[in-house]
Design a protein around this ligand. Structure first.
Ligand SMILES: CC(C)(COP(=O)(O)OP(=O)(O)OC[C@H]1O[C@@H](n2cnc3c(N)ncnc32)[C@H](O)[C@@H]1OP(=O)(O)O)[C@@H](O)C(=O)NCCC(=O)NCCS
Length: 308
């Protein structure tokens, strides 16, 4: 299908041209809405997602891309996140609704059970749109950017934590740490770590204290911005300043290697982690709501699922 055709298309993957059209659409929306969808659309990964992963939905009017629904699947195949964006001049014409239905159909084909719509809290329309789709609030996250002027000065500690580049041999111990910190399965975590460590955009570090592995932290470059992810300290070692040392060490390393923008995300309910990030120099830049649509085991017409 050429981009001159109007209406909706669900391509198997996005071409370079389509990605630049999505960037242009995000730019129009940002100029008008006065907040950024960049991180919510995960623009940096649109071109590099593995083939056969989830599709996206595109909507054209007179050859112009005016609607985009990006679908993002993490490591759990039963869960997908979707971010929908409609050009400000084309809102309230049903385009968002049609794209949401297409997202539901795609998810049902893939046996997805949990569809999370990514809603910027700054969005004037997001809450009404979510209500129209009958979603339930799942959780909210803060996006925090590093403010270099707020990084605490270097401090010496009696029990220093050493951060070193992790290798394939560290995967089992790292998986055990992350799994225990997030109460997840170690086996699943091993698979995730192996996959992420193959990706050149990710760098994984193992933290050790007195030679004993105590934590894991990763950096992920996305569109010139570095995200700190997969940050975990052994549960029995938490609350002793290990996380703070790890975070400051990775931040200093990233700054030394020229990173301009460092971002971290945290659930709004996670007060301890939030204040740790603030004390290390991160400031809140936006809040994102995750709105859940549970999909039945037996596929159903999207019209019957939402649009109440
Ligand atoms: C949210 C967004 C995607 C909706 O797209 P849209 O094409 O304008 O939505 P639709 O016209 O299909 O609206 C569907 C329903 O949502 C509700 N809705 C959407 N925008 C609304 C608004 N501004 N005020 C009140 N209700 C609204 C209505 O119930 C509407 O149905 P109705 O027009 O029959 O009353 C669009 O406003 C947008 O891009 N916003 C910025 C980004 C964003 O918030 N994305 C999050 C979505 S995951």
């Amino acid at each position: 299908m050429s981009t001159d055709d109007d209406g909706m298309m669900v391509p198997a993957g996005l071409s370079k041209q389509q990605v630049s059209q999505v960037r242009a659409l995000a730019g129009f929306c940002e100029a008008r809405d006065e907040y950024s969808m960049e991180a919510r659309l995960d623009l940096g990964t649109l071109e590099t997602r593995p083939e056969g992963s989830v599709s996206d939905v595109l909507w054209y009017e007179s050859g112009q891309l005016v609607g985009f629904a990006g679908m993002y699947s993490c490591d759990d195949p039963s869960e997908v996140e979707a971010s929908i964006l409609v050009h400000p001049d084309f809102r309230r014409r049903g385009i968002g609704r049609w794209m949401a239905r297409a997202v539901v159909r795609e998810c049902q084909k893939r046996g997805v059970r949990r569809l999370l719509f990514v809603m910027p809290q700054e969005s004037r329309e997001g809450a009404d749109f979510a209500r129209a789709m009958g979603t339930q609030h799942s959780h909210s996250e803060y996006t925090m950017d590093l403010d270099v002027t707020r990084i605490p000065s270097f401090e010496t500690t009696p029990d220093p934590v050493e951060l070193r580049l992790a290798g394939a041999e560290d995967v089992p111990v790292m998986a055990a740490i992350v799994a225990s910190a997030f109460a997840e399965s170690a086996q699943e975590e091993e698979r995730v770590l192996v996959r992420l460590m193959k990706d050149p955009a990710h760098t994984t570090y193992l933290a050790a204290q007195d030679g004993r592995p105590v934590g894991v932290i990763q950096s992920a470059v996305n569109d010139g911005r570095v995200f700190i992810i997969h940050f975990a300290v052994r549960p029995e070692m938490q609350g002793q300043g290990i996380g703070r040392q790890m975070l400051l060490a990775i931040v200093r390393g990233l700054l030394n290697s020229g990173s301009q923008r460092i971002t971290i995300e945290v659930e709004t309910e996670n007060q301890n982690t939030l204040s740790l990030y603030q004390r290390c120099g991160f400031v809140m830049v936006s809040t994102t709501d995750y709105e859940l649509l549970e999909l039945p085991r037996i596929p159903m017409a999207p019209e019957l699922l939402f649009d109440r």
